[in-house]
Design a protein around this ligand. Structure first.
Ligand SMILES: CC(C)(COP(=O)(O)OP(=O)(O)OC[C@H]1O[C@@H](n2cnc3c(N)ncnc32)[C@H](O)[C@@H]1OP(=O)(O)O)[C@@H](O)C(=O)NCCC(=O)NCCS
Length: 268
């Protein structure tokens, strides 16, 4: 399918946010937006809540992208790079870049008509493991050491989401070593990429932006803007606090396992 060009503009990245907890009566159009593979993926979730959230995420993603392109949600097709990053399939360069992130009941989507990008949100929850040593670079760990104890969680999740947004924008997934680049962790000012191994001008090429999110969430966008200044345009109204969920500890065990498996695979 030939997709029509879209104009968002060089200075703007659109950001959409929505709740993944939708009433049952809102589900039918979301389900009918999915293709067979997505429907099969939805069916494989063991927990109903996870299945419904996947449907609400993928269905709404399709509806939003379709609204830019004037194409029905169920007519869009995606292709995936070797690391699972979705993009619009079609002839030639896709007219839109996008990236989705979800955490608990909240989804966010970043859309640009020109920049390769990534987005990540996380709920700020306490955890026990020494995750910073495992996931962050030496410089990031040094920066975290001087953060006062009461600010540690915020700084940790700022670092995490900036790194994750970069990994997602880059497109190489976790095959991009997490110690091969540094991000800033400060709460003030725009976040920045400080270093990317082997690409001296990467800090000037990449722009990072903080997301304004409901209390208890932290998030970032990373985009390859090649020096163009961009700002975020929140579409669909202000970001609403997500419905309160039972708060447990943050358990990224599955991610650690995935990360360890990938690290092992990349050493073979
Ligand atoms: C899959 C991954 C891209 C993101 O995982 P995540 O943080 O659990 O998930 P998010 O909610 O932010 O993003 C998921 C969405 O990103 C998109 N996505 C999937 N693979 C992607 C990739 N390789 N690159 C970019 N986007 C990707 C999809 O739209 C996906 O949505 P879906 O699951 O509904 O299909 C990957 O980076 C990962 O496994 N990360 C593990 C976390 C980690 O070790 N982080 C270290 C940070 S310091």
């Amino acid at each position: 399918m030939q997709l029509k060009p879209v104009s968002i503009g060089a200075g703007t990245i659109d950001v959409w946010q929505w709740s993944l907890d939708v009433p049952l009566e809102a589900l039918p159009p979301l389900v009918s937006a999915l293709n067979e593979a997505e429907f099969a993926r939805a069916s494989r979730f063991v927990h109903e809540q996870h299945r419904l959230r996947f449907i609400a995420g993928r269905g709404r993603l399709r509806a939003i992208l379709g609204s830019y392109l004037d194409v029905a949600a169920n007519r869009l097709a995606f292709s995936y790079n070797a690391f699972g990053k979705p993009r619009l399939a079609g002839r030639g360069e896709p007219p839109l870049h996008f990236n989705l992130s979800h955490s608990g009941p909240t989804a966010v989507l970043a859309v640009s008509d020109r920049y390769q990008l990534g987005i990540d949100i996380e709920r700020v929850l306490p955890f026990r493991e020494n995750l910073a040593e495992h996931f962050f670079s030496g410089a990031e760990n040094e920066a975290l050491k001087v953060v006062p104890a009461q600010d540690y969680l915020g700084a940790f999740f700022r670092c995490w989401t900036r790194k994750e947004a970069f990994v997602k924008a880059h497109g190489a997934g976790l095959s991009l070593p997490l110690e091969s680049f540094d991000v800033t962790i400060d709460p003030v000012g725009e976040p920045r990429l400080l270093r990317l191994d082997g690409v001296d001008d990467a800090p000037a090429q990449w722009q990072f932006l903080n997301l304004t999110l409901p209390r208890g969430y932290v998030g970032a966008v990373a985009a390859l803007t090649a020096g163009n200044a961009v700002s975020l345009n929140y579409r669909g109204g202000t970001l609403q606090p997500a419905r309160r969920e039972r708060r447990g500890a943050w358990r990224p065990a599955a991610r650690i396992e995935r990360h360890q498996a990938l690290s092992r695979a990349s050493r073979i």
